[in-house]
Design a binder for this molecule. Structure first.
Ligand SMILES: [Zn+2]
Length: 128
């Protein structure tokens, strides 16, 4: 094991506070969030279990990098929205785009501070 790798070899977490492994040396059941996502999983409320640390030689941002790892055994399936949920979301978003004054779908989410579409807000401002 090279000296750099040895510096990041801390499975007990005595040096870094949490179990730490060098690049490509973490146990197979510990995955990053992205790796879990690729498996259709999410951390599922578990905290960070460990980390991978490596020395980056990337020219723009050299230095020590780390990535948090989660235990696949505690991971849960990703939740996908049900058709009813999708419908409710679409409805809620449509309501956010609909102007209460002219009752038209403005095509954008109405600014909260105006409460109306930009056309109505402008008309009201001119009238005032
Ligand atoms: Zn309007």
């Amino acid at each position: 094991m090279s000296r750099i790798r040895a510096a990041f070899w801390d499975p007990a977490g005595t040096r870094y506070g949490i179990p730490t492994y060098p690049w490509r040396m973490s146990p197979p059941h510990l995955l990053t969030r992205r790796q879990l996502t690729a498996e259709g999983l999410r951390p599922g409320g578990q905290g960070v279990q460990a980390q991978v640390m490596w020395r980056s030689t990337r020219h723009s941002a050299p230095g020590v990098r780390s990535a948090y790892l989660y235990d696949i055994r505690f991971a849960l399936p990703k939740r996908t929205a049900t058709p009813a949920q999708m419908e409710a979301l679409a409805k809620a978003n449509a309501a956010r785009r609909t102007c209460p004054d002219c009752h038209r779908d403005a095509g954008y989410v109405l600014p909260r501070h105006l409460g109306t579409c930009l056309d109505c807000a402008e008309t009201a401002e001119v009238a005032a």
